[in-house]
Design a protein around this ligand. Sequence first.
Ligand code: FMN
Length: 329
Amino acid sequence: MTKIKNNYFEDLLKINKAILAPMAGVTTLPYRLFMREMGCKIFISEMVSAKGLYYKSKNTFPLMETNELEHKDSVTGIQIFGSEPEIMGEITERYINDTAFDFIDINMGCPMKKIVNNGDGSALLKDLDKANKVVREVKSASSKPVSVKVRLGFNENIIEDIIKAIEDGGADMITVHGRTREQVFTGEVDYDGIKKAKETASVPLIANGDLDKYLKAKEKMDYTGADGVMIGRGANYDPFIFSQFNECISGKKVSEYSLRDKIDAARKHFEIHLKYSKDKKKVIEFRKYLYWYIKGIKNSAKIRNSINNVNEIDQVYEIFNRIDDILES
Ligand SMILES: Cc1cc2nc3c(=O)[nH]c(=O)nc-3n(C[C@H](O)[C@H](O)[C@H](O)COP(=O)(O)O)c2cc1C
C-alpha cells in the first residue's frame, strides 16, 4: 500500500519554526493565549493522561480546555501520555478527534518518577516495540496529524533507533529534547545527538533543550539542521523570545526589549490570565509567573519574598507598582 504523505507539519513549519514547549502547570490556555499575543504561533497543551480520560477522572478533562482564538492564525496540539496502545487509540477516538485541537502530540520524554514508574513518558524509550505500537494506535485512530516528543534515550543515547521506531509507527513530526531521561534537566544538551536525529528522520524534526535566547535557538537550529525549535523555560523568563526569533530568521532587525517592556508584558499576561483562567485559585496560580518576570530586576528581594503571600488581584497590581517604582528610581 502506498503511504499518502501528510504534509501538515512541513507546511506549518514553512511559516513558523518555533513551538512553545508543553509544560505541565505552565502552558495553560491563558498562558498560551498570552504567548500568542507575544508572537508564538504553535502550541502544545499541558500533558493529559490517557488513563485519566479512559477512567473519566474529573481532574483530567479541564486540561483539555481550548478555545477558538488559539486555533485562529495559530495552531495548538494536545499532548497525551500513556503506554497502553489500545487505551491510547481508544481515547483518541473517543475524546480527542472531536476537539478543536489541531494535532496530537505523544509524550515520550517525561522523566518524572511517578510517570516513568507506570511505564509512561520516557519509560517508553526502553521499549521501542511498545513505543512503536503506541504511535501506530494513535495514528490509526486519529483524524489529526500526530507528533511525538522524545529524549535521546533512557540511560544512553539511542536516538537513531528511537527515530526509526517512532517513524515506523507513523509519526508525522518528532521533537527531540537533547538529553537522556537519566539527565532529567541536568548536564549539557547534546546538540550533536539532535543533529543525528535530524539526519535519521524523514519527517520534520524539532530541536529542544536550553534554547533560552533567540540567537541560540537560531544557531542551534542551523547547527542541527532541525526544521524548527521548541522553547520552554526560556519563554517563561523572556516573553519576547518568539517575536525576536521570528524577526531573526526572517532577516529583519531584531527588536530589543527592556525590563520595563517585560513588566508591561507581564501586566498583559495577568489581564489575559484573569479573563480566561477558570481556576478557583487563579491569583495564586499566577504567582509562579511573577517569580519569573521579576528575575533580573535589581533590589527586588523584598518583592520576591512577598509574592508567596499574594492571594488577591489587587496584590498582584501592587507588586507591579512596586516594580515600577524600582525601575523608575
Ligand atoms: C515545569 C515543566 C513542565 C513540563 N511539562 C512537560 C509536559 O507536560 N510534557 C512534555 O513533553 N514536556 C514537559 N516539560 C519539558 C519541556 O517541554 C521541555 O522539553 C524541557 O523543558 C526542555 O526545554 P527548555 O530547556 O526549552 O525548557 C516540562 C518542563 C518543565 C520545566
